[in-house]
Design a protein around this ligand. Structure first.
Ligand code: CDP
Length: 248
C-alpha cells in the first residue's frame, strides 16, 4: 500500500480497471487437482498472473515426536515464495512475511479440519508460490483447500479466500499488482462454505462504511471462488463417481 497514488490511473473512461475488469470482478482462475504423485493431495492453481502449487501430506505420525499433541493432530502450513516468483529476486528461506502468512493460513483451516480425530498425527500443508502478482496468500489458501480434499482428509467444507480493497477512492474486488502496490487498502479474507470467516487481515485504511462495502464485496468474491473450486472438484472426481456407478 502506498499513500502516493495520486498520479496512478486505476480506471478508464468506462470505469474498467487496468486489466479491463469491473470493480466487482475477480481475475480468471484455473485449477488442476492431483498434479503431484508423491503427495497425498495436491493442487496447481493460477489466479490472474499468480501461480501456486499446494501439496498436502497426512494425517501421518508427527515428526519430530516432541511436536505431537496427545489429543489432536498438529496442523502445519508452510507458505513459501520462490526467489524467481517476483520481479526483484525474493530472498530464499522463511522471513517475517512468510511466517505470518503461514500462521494465519493455518488458522484459516483449523475450524474445518477434524484434528481431534487424529491424536499424535500431523497434517502438513505446503504451498509454493511460483509466480506472484498480488493475492498470493488467498490463491495459496484456495489451492490448499483443494489439495486437502484431494488427500481425502475429512473436512467440514471448503475454505475459499479472496481480497477486496480500495484503489483511487473506490472499493474493488481481488486487487492486481498495481492496485496492491499503489492502492489505499487491501482486505484479504478466507471463509468456510457456510460463511464463517476464518482469516481477516487489513493493510491500509478504510472508513467504517467503506469497510462494510468491502466486506460485502469480498464475501461475494469468496462465493465466486467457491463455485470455481467446486467445479474443479467435479471435473476431477466426476469420472471416479461415474466409475463407481458402473460397478453397482
Ligand atoms: O501476495 P499477497 O497479496 O498475499 O501479499 P502481499 O504481502 O500484500 O504482497 C503483494 C504482492 O507483492 C505479492 O503478491 C508479490 O507480487 C509482491 N511481493 C514482492 O514482489 N516481493 C516480496 N518479497 C513480497 C511480495
Amino acid at each position: 500500500m502506498s499513500s502516493n497514488q495520486t498520479d496512478v490511473v486505476f480506471f478508464d473512461e468506462n470505469g474498467l480497471r487496468t486489466d479491463q475488469r469491473k470493480p466487482d470482478e475477480i481475475r480468471p482462475m484455473s485449477i488442476k487437482i492431483g498434479v503431484l504423485s508423491r503427495a497425498n493431495g495436491s493442487c496447481y492453481l493460477e489466479w490472474g498472473a499468480n501461480k501456486v502449487l499446494a501439496a498436502v501430506y497426512g494425517p501421518r505420525e508427527a515428526h519430530p515426536r516432541r511436536m505431537q499433541l496427545p489429543n489432536k493432530a498438529v496442523i502445519r502450513y508452510r507458505y513459501n515464495m520462490q526467489s524467481f516468483s517476483v520481479e526483484d529476486r525474493a530472498r530464499p528461506g522463511p522471513n517475517r512475511r512468510s511466517s505470518e502468512i503461514s500462521k494465519v493460513s493455518r488458522e484459516a483451516f483449523e475450524p474445518v479440519l477434524f484434528a481431534e480425530d487424529y491424536p499424535k498425527a500431523a497434517i502438513d500443508i505446503f504451498v509454493e508460490v511460483l509466480q506472484a502478482d498480488a493475492g498470493t496468500r488467498t490463491a495459496a489458501i484456495n489451492a490448499a483447500s483443494l489439495a486437502l480434499v484431494d488427500a481425502g482428509i475429512p473436512m467440514r467444507g471448503l475454505v475459499s479466500a479472496c481480497a477486496a480493497g480500495k484503489v483511487g477512492g473506490k472499493i474493488v474486488l481481488d486487487l492486481n499488482k498495481p492496485e496492491d502496490n499503489y492502492g489505499e487498502a487491501d482486505l484479504p479474507i478466507a471463509m468456510t462454505e457456510d460463511g464463517r470467516i476464518t482469516l481477516i487481515q487489513m493493510d491500509g485504511h478504510l472508513t467504517p462504511s467503506e469497510f462494510e462495502e468491502a466486506m460485502a464485496l469480498v464475501q461475494n468474491g469468496c462465493r465466486q471462488v467457491l463455485e470455481i473450486q467446486k467445479a474443479a472438484l467435479l471435473e476431477k472426481f466426476a469420472s471416479v463417481m461415474n466409475d463407481d456407478e458402473d460397478d453397482i
